[in-house]
Write a protein that binds this ligand. Structure first.
Ligand SMILES: Nc1nc2c(ncn2[C@@H]2O[C@H](COP(=O)(O)OP(=O)(O)OP(=O)(O)O)[C@@H](O)[C@H]2O)c(=O)[nH]1
Ligand SMILES: [Mg+2]
Length: 417
């Protein structure tokens, strides 16, 4: 995927939603950080950035080696690959016209490649995040308004300069700038590619050579497509431990439609399990549908009660807390990620220092061996000669399409000193 060529930054997922739905709890559970959480709106104002992990089955067992990961971790055959997350302030309807904290903080999401939209599936927070009786607010409304606010945000960025852009494009300008180039420049820093802009123009059935004829609704339609394409979103239906969630969730998916992925989530339960695992009280790997208490004598009565609640109200019902699933789905499904292991010695599967299967990288379906080289370093991409598939020992060329779990050595021209 050319968008990532020469760009070895880590992919970023933004956690968005109205206030008080559990965005920061989700963030804490995913990163084991400790940012402020409270049962009232606008607890978070400035963004929190942290590292979460994607969970995949490691290739070391299949390849019959013991690994020592460097950029990731391997726990009992499960590879945990770091990814970046940003937790932002809550969004309220009409934020674009200045309500709530306004939507200026959406700028904190500029670099996001995918979005996890956290909703309160128990319906116990109103549209501004104030506590209301469970089941009394319909979270479907939140799904709609958040999407709308995002579109309005991008539209406002383009609209600021639309008259000038559309006139220059249509008159051919001095340099003959086309619309895609002009928009790419306007949207630079938003992690939006040229192909995404082209596709959004095509999908919205608008004329790229006649932008002065685009009405406000046309621009809206274009921005909606642009966001769908370049910032794919899944819904983390949080607070699924609450009994009101079951009815709401079964209705939600059918009303939203199957194209929109919804993952039932219990961020608070995940946070509790991860912290209990970290302090050695339970054995739990994020994403598991069960946990094991290590030593019953070390667990206090309130702790036991809380863990019992998680087992009966979350794990037994939903087969997991959903936090890990949401993260995995964001990277592996929404962003079409695949995992590739670059090595420097294809027979020993090591790096220069002898670490076995040191790196696991998230690439995109459709990426090539040369894209992998670029993701390691721009110089390696530019001096790419060929790669060697460690499984077969065969050479593959620059355009070889990567497969999930490929282990590849990249061969490049020698560096000039
Ligand atoms: N029942 C239940 N409550 C949760 C869950 N996750 C979070 N909460 C509660 O929801 C409230 C809000 O949590 P936060 O994580 O601060 O929510 P937020 O979306 O970051 O809120 P703002 O920063 O104000 O936008 C807190 O009281 C949390 O304890 C969950 O999985 N289940
Ligand atoms: Mg918060």
């Amino acid at each position: 995927m050319l968008a990532l060529r020469g760009n070895n930054r880590k992919l970023l997922t933004g956690i968005i939603g109205k206030p008080n739905v559990g965005k920061s709890t989700f963030f804490n559970a995913a990163t084991l950080m400790n940012v402020a959480v409270a049962n009232y709106p606008f607890t978070t104002i400035t963004p929190n950035i942290g590292t979460g992990y994607i969970r995949v089955k490691c290739v070391h067992e299949e390849l019959g080696v013991k690994d020592n990961p460097v950029n990731s971790a391997c726990v009992d055959g499960t590879r945990l690959i770091p990814v970046k997350l940003v937790d932002v302030a809550g969004l309220v309807p009409d934020a674009a016209s200045g309500r709530g904290l306004g939507n200026k903080f959406l700028d904190d999401l500029r670099q996001a490649d995918a979005l996890i939209h956290v909703i309160d599936s128990s319906g116990s927070t109103d549209e501004e995040g104030r506590a209301v009786p469970p089941g009394s607010h319909d979270p479907l409304k939140d799904v709609q308004f958040v999407k709308n606010e995002m579109v309005v945000w991008v539209k406002a960025i383009i609209e600021k300069d639309w008259q000038r852009i559309s006139r220059i494009v249509e008159s051919g300008g001095t340099s003959g700038t086309d619309l895609v180039t002009a928009l790419l420049e306007k949207l630079s820093g938003l992690s939006i590619s040229e192909t995404a802009i082209e596709e959004a123009i095509h999908r919205s059935e608008l004329k790229a050579d006649k932008p002065t004829t685009w009405h406000s609704e046309d621009l809206y339609k274009f921005c909606k497509w642009l966001l769908d394409i370049s910032k794919p979103m899944l819904i983390a239906a949080n607070k699924c431990d609450q009994s009101a969630s079951r009815e709401i969730l079964s209705r939600l998916q059918s009303e939203i439609g199957i194209d929109q992925q919804v993952v039932p989530c219990a961020a608070e339960a995940e946070l509790m399990l991860r912290r209990a695992a970290q302090s050695g009280l339970v054995k739990y790997v994020p994403g598991d549908a069960t946990f094991e208490i290590k030593d019953k004598s070390k667990i206090s009565e309130p702790q036991k009660k809380a863990l019992d609640f998680v087992r009966t109200h979350v794990l037994d019902v939903w087969k997991g807390t959903g936090v890990q699933k949401a993260l995995n789905d964001a990277y592996l499904s929404l962003l079409k990620g695949i995992v590739v292991y670059p090595v420097e010695d294809e027979t020993k599967l090591t790096d220069k220092k002898g670490n076995v299967l040191p790196d696991a990288r998230i690439m995109h379906k459709g990426d090539t061996a040369q894209d992998l080289a670029f993701s390691v370093h721009t110089d390696l991409g530019n001096s790419f000669l060929y790669a060697i598939d460690a499984r077969t020992g065969l050479r593959v060329g620059a355009d070889h399409e990567l497969k999930n779990n490929d282990v590849l050595k990249i061969v490049a021209t020698a560096k000039k000193s």
